[in-house]
Design a protein around this ligand. Structure first.
Ligand SMILES: [Cu+2]
Length: 155
């Protein structure tokens, strides 16, 4: 009886250890960003390791407002180009399905726009980004970029 309890304990410990190491390794090549009804991201900085074959961004809208009123997405651009893009390219006429943005090679990655309770995931190819270059991730819903933005770097 004793030994069964001990084996169970060892197995449980092993499982816990495996779960932990998976989390540690997994965390390196993915990030979860949550947007709120208060027009905020919970993440202000994303660091991507060059060792990642791909980097996964999961965007969750933790609020309740619909996308048409408080939509959030994640757009990645070079920080040097961010202001120009935000002030000249974001237009209602581009439509919510396009994140209110036109086609542009300056927009490196763009997620779907989500509303309250929704989420979306997209993959970044780190090879398309340069270490040492400053990138910015932001929400391109009109009016959101001034607050909803953060730094993204490749290490
Ligand atoms: Cu937003």
């Amino acid at each position: 009886m004793r030994s069964i309890v001990r084996i169970k304990f060892v197995l449980t410990s092993l499982a816990a250890l495996l779960a932990c190491s998976t989390l540690v390794f997994g965390a390196d090549c993915q990030v979860k960003v949550t947007g709120s009804d208060a027009m905020q991201y919970d993440v202000k900085k994303i660091e991507i390791s060059k060792d990642c074959d791909k980097f996964t961004v999961e965007l969750v809208h933790g609020g309740q407002l619909p996308a048409a009123a408080m939509g959030h997405n994640v757009v990645i651009v070079e920080t040097a180009k961010m202001m120009g893009i935000a002030t000249t390219m974001i237009k209602m006429e581009n439509g919510i399905d396009n994140g209110f943005l036109p086609e542009s090679s300056d927009i490196l990655f763009k997620s779907k726009m989500v509303g309250g309770g929704e989420s979306t995931t997209f993959e970044i190819d780190p090879a398309k980004l340069t270490s040492g270059t400053a990138y910015t991730f932001f929400c391109s819903f009109p009016g959101h970029w001034a607050i909803m933005k953060g730094d993204l770097t490749v290490l």
